[in-house]
Every structure is written in structure tokens, then in C-alpha cells.
Write a protein that binds this ligand. Structure first.
Ligand SMILES: Nc1ncnc2c1ncn2[C@@H]1O[C@H](COP(=O)(O)OP(=O)(O)O)[C@@H](O)[C@H]1O
Ligand SMILES: [Mg+2]
Length: 309
């Protein structure tokens, strides 16, 4: 029987409560059954991310693979659909899937793009991956344009209800992005959680993506996902304005995205994050002075992104 990593078990229960504990109790059984059904044997140390357990395995047909089983959450439903549509282009191959949020995937290396120090290189690689993943979306994936009304309503609610210092101008710019870019979006497949820890070193291609949400929408949407994931790096910048615009510039160039569109989506994400922090806190800090400090930083990013470079 496979052992569950302690940190994974703890964070699952902290986040999901009793449902998390119930799922953890079932998990070894699910793993055993799928290993058996798919003819796999464990081969190496069990890994994990925030929501998924990753078990390196061997299988006769493919050689090395990983079994990923994620906590059953609506946000993880379309991950296999996205892998299947890409068919290995820019992302790992999907070998098998099971409705219990499980997949058998091509195994690649464990080192991630987050280990690369050169910021421009990280952004260029992430941008190229984003470009490769931008293919026509299959039917059945969540359309981001269908979220536009809810986004707008939430922005207005947050701006009205929460104590905050974002100027009207900044909030209005985010609302305008939702109205002008959010309501009509192409049916392009996008990763949806593009950040350096979800891009791994590989063999067939130098880098491949894992862990997609699998949305259909404007590929420039992921500029915001990526920019948020760079926030901690940006904290150390001497000239924050310059660093923020450089981040967007390098990513947009490599992803072949319109810079202005990328900036507007990133601004929208930053405003959302500034409000989210006030309502729910961030994973890095749920309360206290550290949360205040991160929220202020999200405000600054939102302000800087409201202007062009
Ligand atoms: N196909 C794979 N090959 C090798 N390692 C993987 C693979 N998929 C995931 N991993 C490892 O497991 C970690 C978490 O995987 P991920 O799919 O991002 O899980 P989560 O959804 O929990 O974030 C990755 O950072 C990587 O180290
Ligand atoms: Mg991940």
C-alpha cells in the first residue's frame, strides 16, 4: 500500500475538513485499484502538489508514467480533457483517465521552471508554452466568457462592501476589461493555471506543462495568472513599475499576445486578488500584518497595471 505524504494529508484536511479526511481514507484504495487496472507498479517516491497526489509508476506499454489522483473538486474536472486535446503538444501525454479525478500521465522530470533564476528566461519559456497550448478548444470545456457577468458583479460587490483604498479609476478599469474583453472571447484552449511550478523539464520537448484547468477563452487571460505567480519575485524589484511591465512584455512577446490585452487581463487579476485578499486572505498569510502587506502589494500592482508602460 502506498503511504500518503504527511504534508499532503495535513493540508488536505486543513483546506477541506471532513470531506478531505474522508477522501484521504479512500485514496489508498483508489490508487491500488487503478494501479491494478492499468497494469502499473509503483516506481519511486510519491510526490504531491496542492491538490494532487503523484505516484511514479512503470507500465509495460509506456515504460515510465505517473498516476495523478486529485481531490474531487469542480476546478479539477477538465484537466484530462485539456491534456487529451493537446495530445502531447506543449503538455504531458494522457494515457488513461478515471472519473475519480485520476489520470495516468507521461512521466517527465521533477525539476520545474521555478528553479530557473533568470526571470526573462522563465517568462520566455512560459510564454512559448502558452503559445503552443493555444489551440481550438474542444466542446464541453468551461467558457471563460460565461463567467464575465459573475466577475463584474463580484468586482462591484467587493468595491462597495469591502474597506479598501483602490481608486475608482482602478476598479473601473478592471470592470471595463471584463466588459470589453471578457464577454466575447475566442474558443481557444488555455491552461488556466500557468505558472512556473506547473512547467516541468522534459525529454520530448525541453519543457512541458502539467496541471491545467482547461478553459476556453482569451489566451491573454493567462498573463494575469502568470503575473500573480511572479508577485514574490517582483517584491524584490528596485523599480517595481519597470519590473511589472518588463514581465508582461517578455511573456507577451514569447506568447505572441497583444501587450495591451495582456496588461488589461493582468490588471483585472490584480484587482481581483486585492479584493480576494481582503475577503479570504492568501495562502501565504490568512491574517495579520503579513496579509495587510500582501494586500497592499496587490493594490500597488493593480495601480501600476492600470497604466500602460
Ligand atoms: N507528469 C509528471 N512527471 C513528473 N513529475 C510530475 C508530473 N506531474 C506532476 N509531477 C510532480 O508533482 C508536482 C505536483 O503536480 P501537479 O500536477 O502540479 O499537482 P497539483 O495539481 O496538486 O498542483 C509537480 O510539481 C511535479 O513535481
Ligand atoms: Mg500544480
Amino acid at each position: 500500500m502506498i503511504g500518503l505524504p504527511e504534508a499532503f494529508a495535513r493540508s488536505t484536511v486543513e483546506r477541506e475538513g471532513e470531506r478531505g479526511a474522508a477522501w484521504l481514507a479512500e485514496l489508498p484504495g483508489i490508487v491500488e485499484e487503478l494501479l491494478e487496472r492499468w497494469g502499473c507498479v509503483p516506481d519511486g517516491e510519491v510526490m504531491h502538489g496542492g491538490v494532487g497526489l503523484i505516484i511514479p509508476v512503470r507500465r509495460r506499454a509506456e515504460g515510465t508514467a505517473v498516476l495523478k489522483v486529485s481531490f474531487p473538486h469542480p476546478g479539477n474536472v477538465h484537466e484530462p480533457d485539456a491534456f487529451s486535446a493537446w495530445g502531447g503538444r506543449g503538455a504531458v501525454l494522457l494515457y488513461e483517465r478515471d472519473e475519480r479525478f485520476a489520470m495516468l500521465l507521461e512521466r517527465i522530470r521533477t525539476s520545474t521552471l521555478a528553479e530557473v533564476d533568470d526571470g526573462d528566461e522563465v517568462l520566455t519559456i512560459a510564454g512559448r508554452i502558452s503559445r503552443r497550448l493555444a489551440i481550438p478548444a474542444p466542446p464541453g470545456l468551461p467558457r471563460l466568457r460565461e463567467q464575465a457577468d459573475a466577475w463584474e458583479a463580484q468586482l462591484r460587490k467587493d468595491a462597495g462592501e469591502l474597506t479598501h483604498t483602490l481608486s475608482r479609476y482602478v476598479v473601473d478599469a478592471a470592470v471595463a476589461t471584463v466588459r470589453e474583453l471578457g464577454r466575447v472571447q475566442p474558443d481557444t484552449l488555455i491552461h488556466g493555471d500557468l505558472h512556473a511550478r506547473n512547467i516541468l523539464r522534459a525529454h520530448r520537448e525541453p519543457w512541458l506543462a502539467v496541471d491545467p484547468k482547461g478553459y476556453a477563452g482569451d489566451p491573454a487571460y493567462d498573463s494575469g495568472t502568470l503575473l500573480k505567480s511572479r508577485a514574490l519575485t517582483l517584491l524584490n524589484a528596485d523599480d517595481l513599475r519597470k519590473a511589472v511591465h518588463r514581465t508582461l512584455y517578455v511573456f507577451a512577446e514569447a506568447a505572441e499576445l497583444d501587450r495591451e490585452r495582456a496588461r488589461r487581463w493582468a490588471q483585472f487579476h490584480a484587482v481581483q486578488a486585492a479584493f480576494w485578499g481582503r475577503r479570504h486572505g492568501f495562502r501565504m498569510a490568512r491574517s495579520g500584518s503579513r496579509l495587510d502587506w500582501l494586500t497592499e502589494f496587490a493594490d500597488r500592482l493593480a495601480e501600476l497595471l492600470t497604466e500602460g508602460s
